[in-house]
Ligand binder design. Structure first.
Ligand SMILES: Nc1ncnc2c1ncn2[C@@H]1O[C@H](COP(=O)(O)OP(=O)(O)O)[C@@H](O)[C@H]1O
Ligand SMILES: [Mg+2]
Length: 232
């Protein structure tokens, strides 16, 4: 579904992402694990069309995205939950969900997707009229995930959903992502938290200093913690 080849991203003289190859098959959950500064968000921005790579290609469903502007990528089925969540804090939970579904063709699909988000996160249904900025950190991340799901994505990309959350809330995000996995959604999960990522993804890429250092199944990465210790 997504094929990244030789993606290189520079900021001036600084090489943030160095010729990365990566693939996500349909129905698969793929994790990218890497420390702060590894180039994870730069890669996410390249997928979203916010950053233009200096070299390489991103192909989504056999279509080269090089000349597809950011705002059209969502229509192709790519949805990104950005690092830092990207909510509208003064708008209500429900209004935030409507924003996430702005590109949908019909009111029926909008209503159906809102109900699906509320089924996934009942606490958001209870708080549908509350301003998003007044939710707890965990609830805000659930809302960010829901906003991302509103556009009925084919490829769902999450940039560090566990950032700044307490372990108990991270565990809940993990449960949610495993529930999403059961729906057959294709997910690219980008994280610093290797344990969370291995509990959700089937395959893992380990990224440090802009380079893919290791690539294996989540089971094998989990079974050899020295790999993680050595690399991160
Ligand atoms: N707009 C920018 N200008 C200059 N350097 C940047 C910019 N964005 C990111 N970087 C640098 O690129 C590297 C990778 O950043 P980033 O992609 O945000 O990594 P991660 O998400 O893995 O923490 C870091 O060293 C960061 O300081
Ligand atoms: Mg980042």
């Amino acid at each position: 579904m997504l094929e990244i080849s030789g993606i290189t991203i520079r900021y001036g003289p600084f090489l943030a992402v160095n010729a990365i190859d990566l693939r996500v098959n349909e129905g698969e959950i793929v994790g990218i694990v890497g420390p702060n500064g590894a180039g994870k968000t730069s890669l996410v921005k390249a997928i979203g069309g916010i950053v233009r790579p200096d070299a390489g290609r991103i192909v989504f469903q056999s279509r080269d995205l090089s000349d597809v502007p950011a705002h059209l990528r969502i229509g192709l089925g790519i949805s990104i939950v950005p690092e830092g969540r990207g909510l509208f804090p003064r708008m209500s939970v429900e209004e935030n969900l409507l924003m996430g579904g702005y590109a949908l063709a019909s009111a029926e699909e909008m209503a159906r997707n809102i109900e699906r988000c509320f089924a996934l996160f009942p606490v958001l249904a209870e708080r549908r009229r509350q301003a998003a900025g007044t939710l707890s950190g965990g609830q805000q991340q659930m809302l960010a995930i829901s906003i991302g799901l509103m556009s009925t994505p084919k490829l769902f990309v999450l940039d560090e959903p566990s950032l700044g959350l307490a372990p108990i809330v991270i565990a809940e995000i993990g449960r949610t992502l495993r529930k999403l996995r059961e729906t057959g959604l294709t997910v690219l999960l980008i994280e610093q938290n290797a344990k969370l990522t291995c509990s959700v993804a089937q395959r893992i890429y380990i990224l440090t200093s802009g380079i893919v250092r290791h690539h294996d199944t989540a089971d094998r990465v989990m079974a050899s913690p020295e790999v993680l210790e050595h690399l991160i």
